[in-house]
Design a protein around this ligand. Structure first.
Ligand code: 2PG
Ligand code: MG
Length: 399
């Protein structure tokens, strides 16, 4: 498919911060992709260029690629990676490169009359056949850098065990969300309960343990404790300062923080997963904690930054049992799919994730379906988080 032009326009994300939409025109048609952006970003994830620089990078890519023919995404992405020439995509930006790569995949999908996930499946996961429904990781209480509150931990998630249809689980989740809203309104002055970046509630909790206790109660009173479990995303790099962890008013060593998580898990038996429990450079602490607590599943995010080599290294150390995959951490369609392939080969639970600053573009759901992943992390079922819920219904329940 011959590239004719690439254009980039600035748009707002769900936080009202500037991000980009990328348009690719080829001889066979046009495609576009809107790129989300993170706040608790890993230092080794692909760099995001500000919109002005992104427009220039887009023009540079257009000048280099116009007239070139690419038969698949791997060929295009290889050329983009070479053109950028840096490990963290500092020159062309991971946001720009992913936008070009994804928009091109969409052109191919449209030309073949297929869904995006089918194009990705055919190119990157040709041996997969079934399409199991992924578990939804829904963030119902927001803290850390995603909320103005006293919580250091970033995300308190409810997760549905396997179920029959996406619509059923979303209906159950919306009920949980409404009941939780009522519980919090009774507990706190209602004007003080807010909504965070990912649609979860924000309130003045006693400490970082309290939301886990309240979510346990939520699952019990709604008789959902046999079909749902709880997860945390600590995003611990965000409260790691000068070699220690600032959890609320406390300053903890890694060992003390590990003891705290273990005590959460003991008193909150529904807690099964912890994402980024330690800072992004603390592979040893991940490995020690995962070995001491095989009943918990540690998940790498900032630790592994959707990079196949980093995922392999973390798995070799026994540091994680699951991994977050975010396409804009990787920076191209190919590297995203290679990360999914590597993680799956290592037996990890793969969870394809949104970013805290989102757009209506639901592309992540197509990566999930193409790669038959374990889960999707998509926030609470409201407002700007809904496009990914709707896409799940569209491509799992109605196709
Ligand atoms: C995370 C993400 C998404 P951000 O840490 O997992 O929930 O947050 O997009 O801000 O990096
Ligand atoms: Mg995370």
């Amino acid at each position: 498919m011959k590239i004719l032009d690439i254009r980039i326009r600035e748009r707002e994300d769900s936080r009202g911060a500037p991000t980009i939409v990328v348009f690719v025109t080829t001889k066979g048609g046009a495609g576009e992709a809107s790129i989300p952006s993170g706040k608790s970003t890993g230092m080794r994830e692909a760099k995001t260029l500000a919109p002005k620089d992104a427009v220039n990078a887009g023009a540079q890519i257009a000048a280099a690629l116009a007239g070139h023919d690419f038969s698949n995404n791997r060929a295009l992405d290889k050329t983009l990676i070479a053109l950028d020439g840096t490990p963290l995509k500092k020159n062309l930006g991971g946001n720009v490169m992913l936008g070009v790569s994804l928009a091109f995949a969409r052109v191919r999908a449209a030309a073949e009359g297929k869904a995006l996930w089918e194009i990705l499946r055919a190119e990157y996961f040709p041996d997969l056949a079934a399409t199991p429904i992924p578990r939804i990781f829904a963030n119902l209480v927001n803290g850390g850098v995603h909320a103005k509150s006293n919580l250091s931990l970033q995300e308190y998630l409810v997760v549905a065990k396997p179920y029959l249809s996406v619509s059923d689980v979303i209906a159950g989740l919306k009920k949980l969300y409404a009941i939780l809203g009522k519980m919090l309104a009774e507990k706190f002055p209602s004007a003080s309960v807010g909504i965070g970046d990912e649609g979860g509630y924000v309130a003045d909790f006693r400490d970082d343990r309290e939301p886990l206790e309240i979510l346990t109660k939520l699952l019990r009173v709604s008789h959902s404790d046999d079909s749902w479990f709880l997860g945390l995303d600590a995003a611990a790099s965000t409260f790691f300062k000068n070699g220690s962890y600032r959890l609320g008013n406390e300053t903890l060593t890694a060992a003390e923080l590990a003891t705290r998580y273990a005590s959460y898990a003991k008193t909150v038996p529904l807690l099964k997963t912890i994402e980024d429990p330690f800072a992004e450079d603390s592979l040893d602490d991940f490995a020690a904690f995962q070995k001491a607590h095989p009943e918990l599943r540690l998940i790498g995010d900032d630790l592994t930054v959707s990079n196949a080599a980093a995922i392999t290294a973390a798995t070799a150390r026994g540091a994680i049992k699951g991994v977050i995959v975010k396409p804009n951490q990787a920076g191209t369609v190919t590297e995203t799919c290679d990360a999914i392939t590597a993680a799956t080969a290592h037996g990890l639970d793969v969870i394809v994730s949104h970013r805290s600053g989102e757009t209506p573009d639901p592309f992540l759901v197509h990566f999930a379906k193409a790669g038959n992943v374990y889960g999707v992390k998509i926030g609470a079922p409201i407002a700007h988080r809904l496009p990914r819920y709707e896409e799940l219904v569209r491509i799992y329940d109605t196709c």
